[in-house]
Design a protein around this ligand. Structure first.
Ligand code: S3P
Length: 447
């Protein structure tokens, strides 16, 4: 199934108490990076637990088109890289589908190669801003020709970098940071990128693991900088991808909301720059136990035991946004069942995700009879023992997390909830419906 393919409705009715142990698919951010750094490394990178969602398959196809060898053998993926500077001109347009991470990180990579590449994507991705990477990457001498507002399709003509980059980003974005670092890998000397607060650091961790030299620092004002020494020799390494905490969020919230539930989610990535949702849910009164904490290939992982719990509303401060930026849709669903009001602040970035998630959540919850408001960059949800139901299907707008969030809402609401298109779920969580039904959900696609 492909995003932009024929839409397929799905409906979720009241679930039975959830029971069982599940492993959700591999981390999307880490999967993209394993393929990209594998393509830039010398020798073989083997990847266990790679997410085989559409977004990551787009990156795999792009790395192949750029000259790396990428092969799946059973459950393990293998990448034979070309070394820094070794990629070649692709013969066709690179279609990044729904994947902002593929588009922005690959733009960084391509800015260092003196050939022209064309990037495009689906209707959602073609609506998202690329200016945030075009601006820093233009400093390298690379040239970008994009549609109005810096939108895809876009042509990139890279340059053979002679000078390192230095960029202070106005936003905390792992995609912007990683795009600059991917360009910087190809430049002589030190590339520096600073962001107002640390965003997910999978790029930094994996680059170190592959042998790059980089230093990170946290300023007194909270600003975070990475300094990378360019032109390292990256060496292919075995990568073990933990389960995606952003995907674990859906069964976790479902178990909290459906009475009588108790589930275990194994092997979840617990990078502290990703776990803001779990911290927030615990603050709201959720019973989540973190067990068996350990480290795998440079990333912390643990098993989560989640039980149904009564929640209360909280204020989620803007400072927490970078550590849970993809989790606000599902938090808003949890908030709909919490006593009192939940205020989520500092959500400007939510407007430029796969869809405008701030509006999608406020309007979607309202259409289910829940009091929710988007004002400026704040989302407020008034919860309680909700009798939510919807008459017209929720508009998903090619956004996987909007689809999954409302299907979870249906598991705990009085009435069934329908979404107008479940196909986008395949970008990050291919067997979402099967996995949730295995735990006790009652979801199905409506052909
Ligand atoms: C990602 C970074 C985040 C996140 C996205 C994945 C990454 O985007 O929302 O799902 O892998 O670097 P921003 O960099 O736009 O915050």
């Amino acid at each position: 199934m492909h995003t932009g393919a024929t839409p397929l409705k799905a409906v979720s009715a009241k679930a039975k108490p959830l029971r069982g142990t599940v492993t959700v698919p591999g981390d999307k951010s880490i999967s993209h990076r394993a393929l990209m750094f594998g393509a830039l490394a010398v020798g073989e990178t083997s990847i266990t637990g790679l997410l085989t969602g559409e977004d990551v398959l787009r990156t795999a196809a792009a790395m192949t088109a750029l000259g790396a060898e990428v092969e799946r053998r059973g459950q393990i993926w293998h990448v034979w890289g070309r070394g820094i500077g070794g990629l070649r001109e692709p013969a066709d347009v690179l279609d990044m589908g729904n994947s902002g991470t593929s588009a922005r990180l690959i733009a960084g990579l391509l800015s260092a190669y003196p050939f022209t590449t064309f990037l495009t994507g689906d209707a959602s991705l073609r609506g998202r801003p690329m200016e945030r990477v075009i601006k820093p990457l233009s400093q390298t001498g690379a040239r970008f020709v994009a549609r109005a507002g810096g939108r895809l399709p876009m042509a990139i003509t890279g340059s053979s970098l002679t000078a390192p980059l230095s960029y202070v980003s106005p936003i905390s974005s792992a995609q912007v940071k990683s795009a600059v670092l991917l360009a910087g890998l190809h430049a002589p000397g030190a590339t520096t990128v600073t962001e107002p607060a640390p965003s997910r650091d999978h790029t930094e961790r994996m680059l170190r693991y592959f042998g790059a030299d980089l230093a990170t620092s946290l300023g007194q004002d909270g600003a975070y900088s990475v300094k990378l020494t360019g032109q390292p020799e990256l060496t292919g390494r075995p990568v073990v991808v933990p389960a995606d905490p952003s995907s674990a969020a859906f069964p976790a919230v479902a178990a909290i909301l459906v009475p009588g539930s108790s589930i275990t989610i194994s092997n979840v990535g617990m990078n502290p720059l990703r776990t803001g949702l779990f911290a927030t849910l615990m603050e709201m009164g959720a019973d989540i136990q973190v067990t068996n904490a350990r480290d795998e290939a440079g990333e912390p992982v643990a098993d989560l035991v989640v039980k149904s719990s009564r929640l209360h509303g909280v204020t989620v401060p803007a400072e927490r946004a970078p550590s849970m930026i993809d989790e606000y849709p599902i938090l808003a669903v949890a908030a709909a069942f919490a006593d009192g009001e939940t205020r989520m602040e500092g959500l400007a970035e939510l407007k430029v995700k796969e869809s405008d998630r701030l509006t999608a959540m406020a309007e979607g919850l309202q259409s289910c009879g829940i009091t929710a408001r988007a004002e400026g960059d704040t989302l407020t949800v008034r919860g309680g023992r909700t009798r939510a139901t919807n008459s017209a299907p929720i508009a998903v707008n090619l956004d996987h997390r909007i689809a999954m969030s409302f299907l979870v809402l249906g598991m705990a609401a009085e009435g069934a909830i329908t979404v107008d298109d479940a196909t986008a779920i395949a970008t990050s969580f291919p067997d979402f419906i099967g996995l949730m039904n295995g735990l006790g959900a009652d979801m199905r696609e409506i052909p």
